[in-house]
Design a protein around this ligand. Structure first.
Ligand code: PGA
Length: 250
């Protein structure tokens, strides 16, 4: 059985006090399920989040990291620093990192390599822009993003990789890919992973969908064969909505 995962990407939202409130609200209503639940607060609140969730089933992830361990990289955070506070999962390749902060496939590949070398788990994001879908290039674009970053992984690296298909036109826009559109792409991704590694890896890897997932559309998406949960932005900022999405993955 593939692991179902619902991860909340809080992006640049929530002060320390708001972070504590949201975590407490999540803890008071969350009942353990088979779905793995992850939250990714902003850097400045990771330590406190990790402290609050120390004995909880809810895990804490970082939204990004640098590929070097230490050095003159003003404003950056390393894998070792994340691990020193108990954070073992990192989101890499998010479209906002690509589009707003100009991260290329090459940079993302270095970050993924570093995280895997540190034995951290990576939630690797990819997805096409609206024009690419309109011109029917979406499969090709996604294949290229996967290959540029993942083609050199070893068999054991794959154990620490979770994939997140996030069509850029659906992120924060209120427009969601239909369950059929998402399923079609997830199947394509699984086939690509099979070609890059093995059928065993492809059948075991969790592929999440992200882009305007809400309590109202989550169950339809998660019922599809190749959709193993979601990476949730806006709807992860409210405990009730996020937990309703977690329930939909069951
Ligand atoms: P959204 O964001 O749910 O607000 O569309 C998803 C994401 O960017 O991970």
């Amino acid at each position: 059985m593939r692991q179902k995962i619902v991860a909340g990407n809080w992006k640049m939202n929530k002060t320390l006090q708001e972070t504590e409130e949201l975590i407490k609200a999540l803890q008071s209503s969350y009942t353990t399920s088979n779905t793995e639940v992850i939250i990714a607060p902003t850097y400045v609140n990771l330590y406190r989040s990790q402290e609050l969730l120390n004995s909880s089933k809810i895990k804490v992830a970082a939204q990004n990291m640098h590929f070097e361990s230490t050095g003159a990289f003003t404003g950056e955070i390393s894998a070792e620093m994340l691990q020193s506070i108990g954070v073992e999962t990192v989101i890499l390749g998010h479209s906002e990192r690509r589009d707003v902060f100009f991260e290329t496939d090459e940079i993302i590949a270095k970050k993924v390599r570093k995280a895997l070398d540190q034995n951290m788990r990576v939630i690797f994001c990819f997805g096409e822009q609206l024009e690419e879908r309109k011109s029917n290039a979406h499969f090709e674009v996604v294949s290229s993003q996967l290959k540029s970053v993942l083609s050199a992984l070893s068999e054991t690296d794959w154990d620490n990789v979770v994939l997140a298909y996030e069509p850029v036109w659906a992120i924060g826009t209120g427009e969601t890919a239909s369950p059929e559109q998402a399923q079609e792409m997830h199947k394509h991704v699984r086939n690509e992973i099979s070609a890059m590694s093995s059928e065993a890896v492809a059948s075991q890897i969790s592929i999440l969908y992200g882009g305007s997932v809400k309590p109202a559309n989550a169950a339809g998406l998660f019922s599809k064969e190749d959709i193993d949960g979601g990476l949730i932005g806006g709807a992860s900022l409210k405990a009730d909505d996020f937990l309703a999405i977690v329930d939909a993955a069951e």
